[in-house]
Write a protein of this length. Structure first.
Length: 678
C-alpha cells in the first residue's frame, strides 16, 4: 500500500484523513503475504523487483527501486526500467549474509513530463513557451542542489531560456548531463513510497545448492566384532569416503544419550533386549539430554575435532534437532511442568492412534511455563552453534507452534545469520509452506512419492516456477531412515540409479541416507511398509563400503557434474521438454545467460529398456535449430551430433538409465523472466 500525505480535508464539519498522492504502486513482486514474511536469496544473488506504477492523467512517471542492508540508515536508489503497460523492473545485488530491505518510490516527474510535451510542439512560439517552463523546472532543481551541481543547473536553465533559435535550444532538453543532474535533484515532495518495506533474508550459498549425506555415527566402527560402537573418531576417518562421493553436508542423526526406559528393540520392537542400542531419537538419560553427547560416541572435544576436520574437507556437519524426550531425560525430572500428564499423574507419551510411542515424551508447548521452555530449546541450538555447527535438520517441526519457530529462528539468525535450518515436515502443503515462510532455510518435499512422468513434471514445475520459490527452497531425498518407498523396494539397483539422477539434477539441494543408498538397501520390514527390515534406527549396522556393485562411483560422478555445471546449482532454470514415451522424462536446466545448459533424459522404468524421441524447444535453450550441434554426455564422456529439435534416445536401466548432456550454449542476454537470481 502507499504512504499517505497526512493532509486533512474538512467536509461538512468532519475532519478526515485523505491522501493527495497521485501515484499508485501495486502488484509488487517478489512479495510474500503482502510483506508479512521476507523473501530468500543467497549472498551474491541479484534480486529482480517488478511493480505497476502509474498516475492519473498523462504525466510521465519516474520509478526508483530502494534497497539497503537491514541496519543501514540510508536507502540506495536505482532507476527502474519501464516494461510497458505501466510495469517497471529494477535489480539490486545482495552481497552479504544477513537481512536486506527493498521498496519502491514513484512520482509524476515534472521534468520528464515537460520534455515529452516539448517534443510535440512544432510552432516556434509554442516551443518558446515550453522552453521557458523547462528553464523554470531546471532552475528550481538548482535551488535544491549545492556547489558545482547548483552552478551547472543554473547555467542549463539560462541556456534553455536564452537567445537563439527555439528549435536549436530544444535539443538541449535531451542532453545527458543535464538530465542526470535534474534527476538527482528532482522534486519528490509528492512521491509515493510503497509500504511496508519488504525484506530479504540472505543466506550462505549452501542454502541454495548443497548435497547431503546422512550417516549414523554409531555404525562407522572399523572394529568388525559384534556390538562394536562407532565413534566420532571413526566418523573422522570416514570423511575421505564422503568427500570422494562428492557431498558437502554430512548429516548426523541425534548424537545424544539414549534413554533406557521402554527402549525400543530391533525392527521397532516394543520391548527391547539387553543388548539393543535404542533409537537415537529416544533422547536423554542420566548422562544428559539435548546438550550432551552419547558416551560411546566420544567427547565434546572429539566432536569439535570432527567438525573441524570436516571443514577441511569442504564439508559442513549438520545435526538433527528433535525436540522430544525419553522418560529418562533430565527435563522430565527437573521440569515436569513442560510435559502433559495423564489422569493417573504419569507423563503423557506420544501417540498417533492406534500407535503408542511409550519411549517418547513430547513437550507441552501450552504449558504455563512456556517462556522458560522456549528459552531452553533455543539454547539447545545456541549450544551446538557454539560447538561449531551451522546447519541443522529439524525433526517434525510441524508438531510445534508456528510462533515458536518464528521467534526461535529469527532470534538465532539475528545473531548467526549463516545458520541453515532444514525443515523435516512431510505434512500438508500449507503447513510446509508456512514453516518455510517462518524462517526455515530449506524444506523436505514430496519427491519420494512423485514417481510418474506427470507427477514429476507437475511437482517440479511448481517448485521451480511458482511465486512460492521466493521463500520455499526444496531439498529432495529419494530415501531416509524412515522411508523406503515401494519404487526402491521393487526396482532394485536400477531404481536407485534413476532416483539418484532425478534428485541430483531436478533439485539444487538433495540428500541420500547412506550407506543404505549406495548399497541399495531395499528390503521392507513387511509387505506394504516403508520401514526398513533391520533398520539402522534400532541397531548397529556393518556396511561393506567396498562392495563391487556399490553405486558410489555413479554418485561421485553425478556430484562432480553438479559442481562443474552452474545450471544444476539452482532450482529456477528448469524447463521440461516433451517426449513420445511416458517412461522417459526430459528436462533442461540453464543459467540465466545460457552459458551453461544441461539436458537430462531419464528412463522411469527400472526393468526394461526404453526408447523414444525427445522434442526440444531449441530457441529456449539458445541452440541454432538450422545446424547440427554437439552434445556431450557427462555421465559416460560420449559425444553425439544432434540435428533439429527431435532426437532419438535409448536408455537401458541395467547399464545407465539416463543421459546428462551438456549442450553448446552461446552467450546471450539473459531472459528477463528466467534465471536463478530473479
Amino acid at each position: 500500500m502507499a504512504a499517505k500525505s497526512g493532509v486533512k480535508a474538512r467536509r461538512r464539519g468532519v475532519v478526515e484523513d485523505v491522501t493527495r498522492l497521485r501515484t499508485v504502486i501495486e502488484n509488487v513482486t517478489p512479495i510474500v503475504d503482502g510483506g508479512r514474511f521476507p523473501i530468500k536469496r543467497c549472498a551474491g544473488d541479484t534480486v529482480s523487483v517488478e511493480a505497476d506504477a502509474f498516475v492519473d492523467g498523462h504525466d510521465s512517471v519516474r520509478c526508483l527501486l530502494l534497497h539497503r542492508r537491514g541496519n543501514a540508515e540510508r536507502w540506495d536508489e536505482l532507476e527502474m526500467a519501464p516494461l510497458g503497460n505501466d510495469r517497471w523492473r529494477g535489480r539490486f545485488e545482495v552481497q552479504e549474509i544477513g537481512t536486506y530491505e527493498y521498496s519502491i518510490t514513484a512520482w509524476a516527474d515534472e521534468f520528464l513530463t515537460w520534455r515529452t510535451e516539448l517534443e510535440r510542439w512544432s510552432a516556434p512560439e509554442d516551443i518558446e513557451v515550453s522552453l521557458a517552463i523547462g528553464a523554470r523546472i531546471v532552475r528550481n532543481a538548482s535551488r535544491r542542489a549545492s556547489g558545482g551541481d547548483a552552478r551547472e543547473l543554473t547555467a542549463w536553465a539560462e541556456a534553455l531560456a536564452g537567445a537563439g533559435e527555439p528549435v536549436t535550444r530544444r535539443d538541449l532538453a535531451h542532453d545527458p548531463e543535464m538530465t542526470r543532474l535534474v534527476a538527482r535533484y528532482a522534486e519528490r515532495s509528492d512521491a509515493t513510497v510503497f509500504h511496508p518495506a519488504l525484506r530479504v533474508t540472505v543466506d550462505p550459498p549452501r542454502a541454495r545448492f548443497s548435497s547431503w549425506y546422512e550417516m549414523f555415527p554409531r555404525s562407522t566402527s572399523f572394529d568388525a566384532s559384534p556390538g562394536a560402537h562407532g565413534t566420532f573418531r571413526d566418523c573422522e576417518a570416514r570423511l575421505a569416503y564422503v568427500t570422494a562421493l562428492g557431498f558437502d553436508v554430512l548429516y548426523l542423526p541425534p548424537i545424544h544419550p539414549i534413554g533406557k526406559t521402554r527402549r525400543k528393540g530391533r525392527n521397532n520392537a516394543v520391548v527391547g533386549t539387553p543388548g539393543d542400542p535404542g533409537s537415537p531419537w529416544g533422547i536423554g538419560s542420566d548422562e544428559g539430554g539435548h546438550k550432551a553427547i552419547h558416551r560411546q560416541l566420544g567427547t565434546a572435544e572429539d566432536f569439535r575435532s570432527l567438525v573441524a576436520a570436516a571443514r577441511r574437507h569442504g564439508i559442513e556437519v549438520a545435526l538433527d534437532i528433535a525436540f522430544q524426550c525419553s522418560p529418562d531425560h533430565p527435563y522430565v525430572r527437573d521440569h515436569p511442568e513442560w510435559f502433559r500428564h495423564r489422569p493417573d499423574g504419569s507423563v503423557q507419551y506420544a501417540v498417533n492412534p492406534p500407535k503408542k510411542y511409550e519411549d517418547i515424551y513430547p513437550f507441552n508447548f501450552d504449558t504455563p511455563d512456556w517462556p522458560a521452555l522456549w528459552a531452553e530449546l533455543k539454547d539447545v541450538f545456541l549450544h551446538w552453534i557454539g560447538e561449531g555447527v551451522r546447519t541443522f535438520r529439524v525433526d517434525n517441526p510441524h508438531t510445534k507452534p508456528f510462533a515458536f519457530w518464528e521467534w526461535l529462528i529469527g532470534g538465532i539468525k539475528a545473531q548467526h545469520p549463516d545458520v541453515v535450518f532444514l525443515s523435516e515436515a512431510f505434512t500438508r502443503p500449507k503447513i510446509m509452506h508456512r514453516l518455510a515462510k517462518l524462517g526455515f532455510t530449506q524444506s523436505y518435499t514430496y519427491f519420494t512419492w512423485r514417481n510418474t512422468k506427470q507427477e514429476l513434471t507437475e511437482y517440479f514445475t511448481e517448485l521451480s516456477q511458482h511465486p512460492s520459490r521466493s521463500y520455499f527452497r526444496p531439498n529432495v531425498w529419494p530415501n531416509t531412515p524412515d522411508i523406503l518407498h515401494e519404487y526402491l523396494q521393487q526396482g532394485g539397483r536400477p531404481a536407485f540409479m534413476i532416483r539418484l539422477i532425478l534428485a541430483a539434477t531436478l533439485a539444487a539441494s538433495y540428500g541420500i541416507y547412506g550407506p543404505a543408498y549406495e548399497l541399495f538397501e531395499n528390503v521392507p520390514r513387511e509387505k506394504g511398509s516403508e520401514e526398513y527390515l533391520n533398520s539402522e534406527k534400532y541397531e548397529l549396522r556393518r556396511w561393506d563400503l567396498d562392495r563391487a556393485d556399490s553405486l558410489k562411483d555413479l554418485i561421485a560422478r553425478v556430484n562432480r557434474i553438479r559442481r562443474e555445471n552452474p545450471a544444476l546449482q539452482s532450482d529456477w532454470g528448469l524447463q521440461f521438454h516433451s517426449t513420445d514415451n511416458d517412461q522417459i522424462l526430459c528436462y533442461a536446466k540453464a543459467t540465466p545467460d545460457r552459458s551453461n545448459v544441461v539436458l537430462v533424459t531419464v528412463s522411469l522404468d527400472p526393468r526394461r529398456v526404453q526408447s523414444g524421441w525427445v522434442s526440444l524447444a531449441l530457441h529456449e535453450l539458445g541452440v541454432d535449430a538450422s545446424a547440427p550441434y554437439a552434445v556431450h554426455d557427462l555421465l559416460t564422456g560420449a559425444r553425439y551430433t544432434w540435428q533439429g529439435p527431435r532426437n532419438y534416445v535409448r536408455l537401458d536401466p541395467h547399464v545407465l538409465p539416463a543421459h546428462i548432456l551438456r549442450l553448446p550454449a552461446p552467450h546471450r542476454e539473459p531472459d528477463p523472466h528466467d534465471g536463478t537470481m530473479a
